[in-house]
Design a protein around this ligand. Structure first.
Ligand code: KIV
Ligand code: NA
Length: 261
């Protein structure tokens, strides 16, 4: 059953929340089947699926395409759609952008940083909002950990509180010291979802390609539960070799089926 914004708030302090990103239908289908209650269609799609160097290259059209694919794979799961760079530049632009992502299949919208007027405007127009503080890749100069000095930590705490007061129902905290993840989590009534923010957040999110080992770079805080890139290499090598020797399709011994798994 699809969880709502208030379901996630009620879960704070009760049960940790697992979240994964997804960008495609089959991956979304697997995540839903596993019972993961929330999928983020992140603008990381630009880096991990599209090969850009930055999330700043992602457009609203890219997000609509991927949100649609994820929704078709995960019909009963809460989907958060990321507002790409500059599509939340002011409250009016953000509302128009958010409506497009909701129409594509999102249940809520995430945006980076302390754009309080934008968050308030979206919430006032019935759009559930997820905040994102700590490292905010759309505007960051590097992917290094932030919040290391007491001034920067305080800035992030203040921003987290302000995002909550503006009406967000959940907050992603990216790449900060574990102690800061704990402090923010204890200070808020909405759930925090950490990525490289220590073990004390109310939930954890990973970029699914990182978790699957699909790619060639992993952030230090991620964990590879599989090595999908190695599987692709193996499949492609074996297939190519079998075509060259004409083993495939001549000797198909294994019934591969035509229906669903
Ligand atoms: O775009 C994304 O995948 C994200 C997560 C890293 C939180 O914003
Ligand atoms: Na993002």
């Amino acid at each position: 059953m699809k969880l709502s914004a208030s379901d996630f708030i009620q879960r704070k302090g009760v049960k940790p929340i697992p979240m994964l990103t997804a960008y495609t239908c089959p991956v979304a289908r697997g995540i839903e089947e596993a019972g993961v209650p929330v999928i983020l269609v992140g603008d990381t799609v630009g880096m991990v699926e599209m090969g850009f160097d930055s999330t700043r290259d992602v457009t609203i059209e890219h997000m609509e395409y991927h949100i649609g694919a994820v929704r078709r794979g995960a019909k009963e799961t809460h989907i958060i759609g990321d507002l790409p760079y500059l599509t939340d530049a002011n409250p009016e632009i953000a509302l128009a952008s958010a409506k497009r992502l909701m129409a594509a299949g999102a249940d809520s919208i995430k945006l980076e940083g302390g754009k309080l007027d934008v968050i308030e405007h979206l919430v006032a127009n019935g759009i559930p909002v997820v905040g994102h503080t700590g490292l905010t890749p759309q505007t960051a100069e590097s992917f290094k950990k932030v919040g290391n000095t007491s001034e920067d930590a305080q800035r992030i705490i203040d921003e987290a509180l302000a995002i909550q007061e503006a009406g967000a129902f959940m907050l992603v905290i990216e790449h900060v010291p574990a102690a800061l993840g704990l402090t923010i989590t204890q200070s808020l009534r909405i759930p925090t979802i950490g990525i490289g923010a220590g073990p004390d957040c109310d939930g954890q999110v990973l970029v699914v390609n990182d978790a699957m080992g699909l790619g060639d770079y992993w952030p230090p805080f991620s964990k590879q539960y599989a090595h999908a890139s190695k599987i692709i290499l193996k499949v492609a090598k074996e297939f190519a070799a079998e075509v060259e020797t004409m083993e495939f399709p001549n000797n198909i011994l294994q019934f591969t089926g035509t229906g669903r798994r």
